[in-house]
Design a protein around this ligand. Structure first.
Ligand SMILES: Cc1ncc(COP(=O)(O)O)c(C=O)c1O
Length: 452
């Protein structure tokens, strides 16, 4: 007798466990910027999930490309076969990278990607006879992934604290949160002051022990789309050059067009040595990430016995076929320009929130990586009381109205509230108006509920 699958839809019990959160409706289908639950309710995916679904849902050309690959082979282990999809996607990816970064390693997501960046940097140092270089300097707040290696470089105590005893925590400098500072300096001066922390930290650690500086060019969920003043980026590049330290760009969220350029670093002409991408890279069609590295870095590692690192699913043909078709969509549909143009419009609409709601303290970001932050006092930028639980309750108010936005605690993961409004790059101005109508309605309800 064939056992039938237990149906837990009615009983309400789920055997899944992730983080602590309530139940959600089940998805029935998704298309474009919309998703529908099994009861037929429609949601606008105004955060692209967790800033993933850059080309929108159910793109027919991507689905067809995946089907075509499925009909050929869904799996081919790299020690046994090369595959067209991975080779093509590697070439296409290399063509979109800064000059010289034309060696590509595929992963299944952001954490694997950053883990790969760290290990590649380390093996490079060993290969070129500098084995004392083992420290990766990163920032607080930052988020670089969930594996223990990524936790060691992540600056968000919420995700680090339980594991502190199990990792070798890496040195951190402050993320350039210049918008929070109240001093007499100009923004550009503040930017330089934050960048100078990197130099001081390198000197304190011993420059010969420092391997790399790891950064999100534009902050992701940990800071809420933090953009530093231009001076910060320029000075960071000077400092890594001065000490011969690798620059690793975590473009897991910013990469693949979301900020209005293919890479976030392009806004400042930075020259990273290693770049990690995921999320929008295959836009949710398959678990896929990519590392792009300088050819000589990979060459040195290969000449020194090879890269002691790998994943079973690295270069998976089905995932790579999805990624190849997604990148083609991004390029053929002009979605990078659309991110810049629609992003400017959405930004102007979000800026209007500051006129209407005194508790909206800041709007920031680039392209369609945008966020707004709620505060108790715009002058001091003091956050709302923790118990207001804005990051949960405003998201809930929006969700009840059919709008999905993404929130996190701004200050270290424990207080402060910011909300990412990052729709797919295919969004239109009319759809942005729909998003804003629901968002304003949600903020009105939230304000009434909290007495703000
Ligand atoms: C900047 C950044 N790096 C790394 C990661 C980890 O990616 P994943 O959740 O796909 O493992 C994330 C995920 O949010 C991210 O935003």
């Amino acid at each position: 007798m064939v056992a039938s699958l237990p149906d837990n839809r009615k009983s309400g019990e789920s055997h899944l466990f992730y983080q602590a959160h309530g139940r959600r409706p089940r998805i029935a289908r998704a298309e474009g910027i919309y998703a529908w639950d099994v009861d037929g309710r429609r949601y606008i995916d105004a955060s692209s999930g967790p800033m993933v679904s850059n080309i929108g849902h159910s793109n027919p050309r991507v689905l067809a490309a995946m089907k075509a690959q499925m009909d050929r082979a869904t799996f081919a282990y790299r020690l046994h076969f090369e595959n067209d999809a991975a080779e093509d996607l590697a070439s296409l990816t290399a063509s979109l990278m800064p000059p010289g970064l034309d060696r590509i390693f595929f992963t299944s997501g952001g954490s694997e990607t950053i883990e790969t960046c760290l290990k590649l940097a380390r093996q490079y140092a060993i290969a070129i006879g500098q084995p004392e270089r083992c420290k990766i300097i990163s920032m607080t707040p930052s988020y670089h992934g969930a594996t223990l290696g990524c936790v060691a470089v992540t600056g968000m105590s919420l995700f680090v604290e339980p594991f502190r005893a199990m990792i070798r925590e890496m040195p951190k400098i402050s993320a350039p949160t210049c918008y929070l500072d109240r001093d007499d300096l100009s923004l550009e001066e503040r930017g330089r002051r934050y960048a100078e922390q990197l130099r001081e930290r390198i000197l304190a650690e011993g420059p010969e022990t420092v391997l790399a500086f790891l950064m999100e060019p534009i902050g992701g969920a940990s800071t809420g789309a933090l953009v530093a003043p231009d001076s910060w980026y320029a000075r960071i590049q000077e400092i890594v050059n001065e000490f011969g330290i690798l620059l690793i760009a975590d473009e897991v969220m910013t990469g693949a067009g979301r900020t209005g350029r293919f890479l976030g670093v392009e806004h400042w002409n930075l020259s990273p040595d290693i770049i990690g991408m995921a999320k929008g890279f295959a836009a949710g069609y398959a678990p896929l990430g990519a590392v792009a590295a300088r050819r000589d870095i990979v060459g040195a590692v290969m000449a020194h016995g090879g890269f002691a690192h790998g994943y079973t699913y690295a270069g998976n043909p089905l995932a790579c076929a999805a990624g190849r078709a997604v990148l083609r969509e991004v390029l053929d549909q002009g979605l990078i320009d659309n991110a810049a143009m629609r992003g400017a419009y959405l930004r102007s609409r979000l800026d209007e929130l500051m006129d209407r709601f005194a508790f909206v303290g800041d709007v920031r970001g680039k392209g369609l990586l945008l966020a707004f932050e709620l505060v108790a006092d715009r002058e001091t930028m003091a956050p709302l009381p923790v118990e207001t639980n804005a990051y949960l309750d405003l998201v809930e108010a929006a969700y009840q109205r059919g709008l999905i936005i993404y929130a996190r605690r701004t200050r270290g993961g424990f207080k402060g509230d910011h909300f990412m409004v990052c729709p797919p790059l295919i969004v239109t101005d009319a759809q942005i108006d729909d998003i804003m109508d629901i968002l304003v309605d949600s903020l009105d309800a939230f304000a009434a509920d909290k007495g703000l």
